[in-house]
Design a protein around this ligand. Sequence first.
Ligand code: FAD
Length: 377
Amino acid sequence: MPPSKNNSIRVCIVGAGLAGAATAYHLSEFPGYAITLLDKERLPGTHSSGRNAAMIRQVVQPAAIAQVALESRVFIESTAGASADFRFDAHGSLLLGSKDELSALTADLSAQGALSDDVRMLNKEELHLEFDPLAGSTHEAALFTPSDGVVDVAGLLEYYIREARNRGVTLSLARTVIDIVREGRRIAGVQTNSGYEPFDYVINAAGPWAGRLGAMAGTTKIPWRPLRRHLFFTGPLKSIDPSLPFIWDIENHWYLRPESGGLLLCACDESEVEPGEPDLDPSVTQLLTEKLTRHVPELGDLPIAKMWSGIRTFAPDRNFVIGWDHEVEGFFWVAGLGGHGVTCSWGVGACAARILRDRANFGDRNFSPSRFYNDCD
Ligand SMILES: Cc1cc2nc3c(=O)[nH]c(=O)nc-3n(C[C@H](O)[C@H](O)[C@H](O)COP(=O)(O)OP(=O)(O)OC[C@H]3O[C@@H](n4cnc5c(N)ncnc54)[C@H](O)[C@@H]3O)c2cc1C
């Protein structure tokens, strides 16, 4: 066991985005931890967790992530329904694609027990009949998942943090970790812009900065990829039904959903960037127009009132990384949430808290950092 103070294990969670906040929420349910949730910004959720499309999508791959999405959606739906803490609009989702691709996707998830039981396949006629904006589209099939939806991300994040603080977690903002101090192979503490503090565990929930934090601790085996993606908002439009499901074309890579009387749109662009405040690439607007014109002609000529970008951070296999580091004792990863961090945050935090309590295990089989260490099983 690590050294302890006042019988508590001192835990520093670096990053008050969805990954760090959900981990603090779950870990604080267990006795014996003195937890500090720390972020360099003045507000939690300033980066990826504050710049996303807020969609809860359960039909995703790989199946291990779909499983986490399913359990997280149940939490979001029941908590939003039982309290006024945050809103969840379960207007459903439509995944557009070829019949073969969609059938293969549902067969894979179903075989692994990771398919939401309300998912159904719509053929071209049903699709065109039920969903006006798709009347002229070229798609031959869609998967309809009525229990998907859009969540109030700021409210969800605030909920995790408030519950964690009620259970004794210290929230420390405007505090940057500039170094991680070790004694031999073991974590000893963190050096921040406001001084040194000893800790037994450091949890890396630093999103796009996960690689930099790993390097501070002396562990660099995971080649992280922070990928920028743009979102667009049309401003209010006349004929948008606010209860329309979100629509995601997984064949041609674009999505849209109702937002504040207009549409939120994405061309599913990806470009590798440095962690930080991502800049804007105006050429992505053209890419979006081209995709919409080709695949949903009625929507090809929309006004754009606002655009912004954010970073999705991936491990090379695009799977989550949740578990103990193999090289540095007491260093723990909750990173690589990619494009699923809103949907899956609850389950990611639960998984992390389980592994943290169980020192003997490096991590969940699917998400373990051990897959990046050839010399470990
Ligand atoms: C355009 C876009 C659309 C998306 N849409 C969806 C969607 O519809 N549904 C969905 O499920 N997911 C979506 N995502 C993905 C989701 O937003 C992310 O998976 C999630 O927000 C990642 O959370 P995080 O806590 O890992 O990272 P972040 O929110 O970036 O948090 C990391 C935190 O660590 C802090 N930090 C870093 N380094 C230090 C340091 N040295 N010291 C102190 N603090 C530090 C940062 O300040 C930051 O607050 C989208 C992402 C983008 C970019």
